[in-house]
Design a protein around this ligand. Structure first.
Ligand code: FRU
Length: 480
């Protein structure tokens, strides 16, 4: 479908306007049953992920009308266990001149009595010229949201129109708040610009551009930047765009991280190693972390299970996108480790017999193994087709290929991914939902996230290899 500008940027006046669409979409065989997904339209980046007064709050970029990047809202979901999520509705409406073409991505700060949401007001004038404003909404405990009538600040004149995705950070040591903003220099290099203030809601001043030695020419725009502090390490997480990474096929938009040391006085992030991608699968972008207040050695990460400039089989059904499962994030040997949360076990329903080779629509597979393996998921009954997981012990190569599926998509970005493991493969923990697969390798050493759209016939698996396998069907947790 071709969308006109009017259709993409149409303002949603009330819920009734999308009720029929929602009813239709609910019938889709690809509706997820335990992942966060939009009621209608398109979901992209997770935003403002925080814990406040016994509840996790997570927002996401949402365009109600269809699988198109048009007028964006912040949609709010809430959970007490990170497994069951309640849809709370729109939290930030793009209803001002400074955000007239979208309430773009950002982050959250928790104070004693409420949550502050920092976002980008995507403004365009009549000539479609863009200016980004850094804006603030206060979400109170009674659930009401109050948008500040003026932005905190406007675009910086020395950078191009690409300035967005504020990440709020408070530093006790400097007694200072910082906002990191993804940007593009005048000569089209990706970077991060930093603002600071002793207060969280006023008197912001430009502090400078973040120095990241060795990364001065690394993609042309850095989206969704963040600096996390986990287990005494500083971790710069961001999405460099239009960058070729040989091991990543033709995909040019990445989500990755650098471990190093952040000096807030000199605004220098000193890398202690190279750039690593966060996820080795096909569909993952714009990760957002929540701090774990009880354990400084762990954070929680969630990402958009999708990519910019890509399309998906449900686009024709007028919806697209979902979030990954929230994952426990830790640091081991200067690498990020992502594990499924322990509490996901509460979704387990029945343990099923693996011998009949049937793959339930929503399930968890736990495989302890050794040696080579050929594991094909979503095959037809005769074992043909499907998504292939191949492991070659002699080279410690794990190879994932989704070209055998009937529904193929984003072929031009590459249909297979390989990773060389640090240790021989001994564990795979796999979460399958109606249209996604998340493969956790060797206790969080690597994760492969991918959308998959199996046909009704593709619900079997075949396996050649040595080990033990458990399969659990999983209960639904999102009301679809
Ligand atoms: C990343 C992104 C952000 C922007 C948002 C708009 O996917 O392009 O940079 O704020 O999506 O929805």
């Amino acid at each position: 479908k071709e969308w006109t500008k009017e259709e993409r940027y149409r303002v949603l006046k009330n819920r009734e306007e999308i009720v029929d669409l929602h009813e239709r979409i609910k019938q889709s065989q690809y509706r997820q049953s335990y992942h966060i997904q939009p009621i209608t339209g398109l979901l992209n980046d997770p935003n403002g992920f925080v814990f406040h007064k016994d509840k996790w709050h997570l927002f996401y970029q949402w365009c109600p009308w269809g699988a198109v990047h048009g007028l964006k809202y912040w949609y709010h979901t809430e959970s007490s266990d990170l497994v069951h999520w309640d849809n709370k509705g729109i939290c930030i409406h793009p209803d001002q001149d400074f955000d007239n073409k979208g309430a773009y991505s950002g982050s959250a700060l928790v104070t004693n009595h409420s949550i502050y949401l920092y976002y980008t007001g995507n403004h365009r004038d009549e000539d479609w010229k863009r200016s980004s404003y850094t804006c603030l909404v206060n979400m109170r405990d009674d659930g009401t949201s109050h948008k500040y009538s003026k932005p905190l600040f406007g675009p910086h004149p020395s950078y191009t129109e690409h300035q967005r995705d504020p990440k709020i950070i408070y530093r006790k040591k400097e007694k200072m708040y910082y906002l990191l903003i993804g940007a593009q220099t005048a000569d089209k290099k990706g970077c991060i610009i930093v603002y600071k203030s002793p207060y969280h809601n006023k008197e912001w001043t430009f502090a400078g551009q973040l120095n990241v030695p060795g990364f001065e020419d690394f993609g042309d725009m850095w989206e969704c930047p963040s600096i996390e502090h986990i287990d005494d390490c500083d971790i710069l997480i961001f999405c460099p765009q239009h960058l070729s990474i040989p091991s990543r096929g033709n995909n040019i938009h990445h989500n990755g991280y650098i471990i190093g040391h952040m000096d807030y006085d000199t605004l220098t992030f000193t890398p202690d190693g190279q750039f690593h991608v966060l996820d080795f699968g096909f569909d993952s972008y714009a990760a957002e972390c929540a701090a774990n207040i009880n354990d400084q050695k762990k954070a929680i990460l969630v990402a958009w299970m999708g990519l910019p400039d890509a399309s998906y089989p449900t686009d024709d059904e007028e919806w697209s996108g979902c979030l990954t499962l929230p994952r426990e994030l830790t640091v081991r040997k200067r690498r990020l480790i992502q594990r499924p949360l322990k509490q996901l076990e509460t979704l387990r329903d029945k343990k099923i017999n693996p011998f009949n080779r049937e793959l339930p629509k929503c399930c968890e597979i736990d495989l302890r193994l050794h040696g080579n393996i050929d594991f094909n998921l979503f095959t037809k009954q005769d074992g043909s087709g499907g998504l292939m997981i191949h492991y070659d012990e002699s080279q410690k190569h794990i190879y994932i290929d989704r070209s055998g599926m009937t529904n193929r998509f984003n072929k031009e970005l590459g249909e297979s991914q390989t990773r060389i493991l640090d240790h021989p493969l001994n564990h795979l923990q796999i979460y399958i939902d109606a249209s996604s697969i998340e493969i956790f390798v060797n206790d969080g050493d690597a994760v492969f996230t991918s959308r998959v759209f199996p046909t009704k016939e593709e619900h079997f698996f075949s396996i050649i290899g040595e080990g033990t396998m458990q399969i659990y069907t999983l209960k639904s947790s999102n009301g679809n």
